[in-house]
Design a binder for this molecule. Structure first.
Ligand code: FES
Ligand code: FES
Length: 178
């Protein structure tokens, strides 16, 4: 049997069907990730999360549930927070993706990253990249949020460790006048 062929035995009939295995469909996408332009061929069913982690090696974005429930995989797509486990890589074509790796400037952490460290808003750290991206998105559209607005912005990000209080404190600490 040649590579890529699928052979099916029909039990009791003694007939063998040979058919070509369905080819994996791909598309070439062009997307800007953390300021860098990438042109890559991707499977049409590949998620943005898989693309970032497996194709680009950007493993700061985490996969936990894989079903849109935990927010660990949050990145910004044209400035809007998305669960990258629910977004196809092809949907990033022509768009800007910002992941946790794109926040620091050299050795200088982003103010939200600094605040998380200073306020002790990190324990195991698994939720942290997604949590930080949600806070960055919030502060991008609302630089001076209330505590309620912070809590609403991170409502889709689950944390099993911190109890959320220090995360909220960190987000509020970045806002001017706080
Ligand atoms: S891994 Fe995407 S929402 Fe949980
Ligand atoms: S710090 Fe562990 S899940 Fe949030």
């Amino acid at each position: 049997m040649s590579d890529g062929a699928l052979v099916t035995e029909r039990a009791g009939v003694g007939v063998t069907d040979t058919q070509a295995a369905p080819a994996v469909q791909t598309r070439t996408i062009r997307t800007t990730v953390n300021g860098e332009v990438w042109e890559k061929e991707v499977r049409i069913n590949q998620t943005l999360l898989e693309f970032l982690r497996n194709e680009l090696g950007l493993t700061g974005t985490k996969e936990a549930c894989g079903t849109g429930d935990c927010g660990a995989c949050t990145v910004l797509l044209d400035g809007e927070p998305v669960n990258s486990c629910l977004v196809l890589a092809v949907e990033a074509h022509g768009k800007r993706v910002l992941s946790i790796e794109g926040l620091a400037q050299g050795d200088e952490l982003h103010p939200v990253q600094k605040a998380f460290v200073e306020k002790g808003a990190i324990q195991c750290g698994f939720c942290t990249p997604g949590m930080i991206m949600s806070v960055v998105a919030l502060l991008g559209r609302n630089p001076d949020p209330t505590e309620l607005e912070v809590r609403e912005a991170i409502a889709g990000n689950l944390c099993r460790c911190t109890g959320y209080t220090k995360i909220v404190d960190a987000a509020l600490a970045v806002a001017p006048g706080k």
